[in-house]
Design a protein around this ligand. Sequence first.
Ligand SMILES: Cc1cn([C@H]2C[C@H](O)[C@@H](COP(=O)(O)OP(=O)(O)O[C@H]3O[C@@H](C)[C@H](O)[C@@H](O)[C@H]3O)O2)c(=O)[nH]c1=O
Length: 396
Amino acid sequence: MLRLPSFHHAAMPQTARLSWDIFCTVIDNYGDIGVAWRLARRLAHDFGHPVRLWVDDLASFARIAPLLDPASPQQLVDDIDIRRWEPHDSFAGYQPARVVIEAFGCRLPDAVEQAMAGADIRPVWINLEYLSAEDWVEGCHGMASPHPRLPLTKYFFFPGFTNRTGGLLCEDGLIATRQRWQQDKLAQRAFWQMFDIPEKQPEEWRISLFAYENPAARELLEYWTGSPLPVHCMVPEGKVLADVEAVLGRPLQAGQHATRGALTVHVLPMTDQDSYDLTLWSCDINFVRGEDSFVRAQWAGRPFIWHIYPQDDAAHMVKLDAFLSHYCRGIDAETASALQAASHAWNHGQGMVAAWQQLEKCLPQWHQHSRNWPDKLLEQGDLGMRLVQFIENQLE
Ligand SMILES: Cc1cn([C@H]2C[C@H](O)[C@@H](COP(=O)(O)OP(=O)(O)O[C@H]3O[C@@H](C)[C@H](O)[C@@H](O)[C@H]3O)O2)c(=O)[nH]c1=O
């Protein structure tokens, strides 16, 4: 595991007025804990608020937070009080924080709900929902749901892409730090050296690939073996690796690389979130997945393709199109249609080569749009800011 010093905590902590309990269950993958951990750090570092994070699977959590000891039931990491949440915890003596967040509808233990209802000052109770760009989100964001039995109200807080949603998480000063990093060739070289990877050459494509299993990845990697420019593909160890190995013709593990034709694949170890950001910032194009890496690719200001978390009945394709219709506003028609075709091919698992060839022709426009996009999203503040404002409105 690698860890670089965290260097984008730009704001001074403010007087701690709110305290937070965040409850998170790890369903599969790293997205739920990835978002919960990021929210905890945003509230603690940029707002100076005390945060307790209750997590049921510390082993998965430790993959993205290497300083964490999975065997310890209570520990302070990065100024966050992390508690192991056992299914049968009695929560005897539990005193709720001023705000209690259940991440992604994870059900709170009955004892916690009882303690919230019985507290002298009842906490504000938030269900932080999954990210979607669909229109209905605006109507549901902020909705209140009274508890069927206890004197408690739960509020639904929806991340999103418009001013009438909860926005997207972004630390204070992140965009400026990223811009400085992208100008700093020495820092980038040192970063790649940590993985024994040569610095990026001007006449090279450097592409990160974080995805679920995907036959379209095989098509694209195969195509890149015949690319006129060398392609260096950075693959964090994980689900897509089997597709990568099939193209390279050999098993690969973290720290190894393999070349076929113009394509060189480097398999990266899982790093902490800050180092993964640096990977995104240092590549020309990023393939990302799920929820959190998808958001971070947007802050990277570089072109990206999203592998959305697959759902039954292709519900995810509706979400993909909802996002694309937001994202493609302000792009010329040719780039928009190439981006839509490539996103569909990637998520359907086929037709990627033809789609990619179209998209390659639009690279300058795609780049330009990626640079401008974060400003639009952050005009009304990020999710952390909107959440704190929302809570303060409930307290008035
Ligand atoms: C590759 C890499 C990722 N990460 C982090 C970034 C993110 O916080 C996290 C990955 O989360 P995501 O990008 O969201 O992809 P994911 O596929 O892991 O998570 C998904 O999990 C499902 C259960 C959810 O329903 C999905 O919505 C989605 O969140 O891992 C690192 O910290 N280091 C790394 O090296």
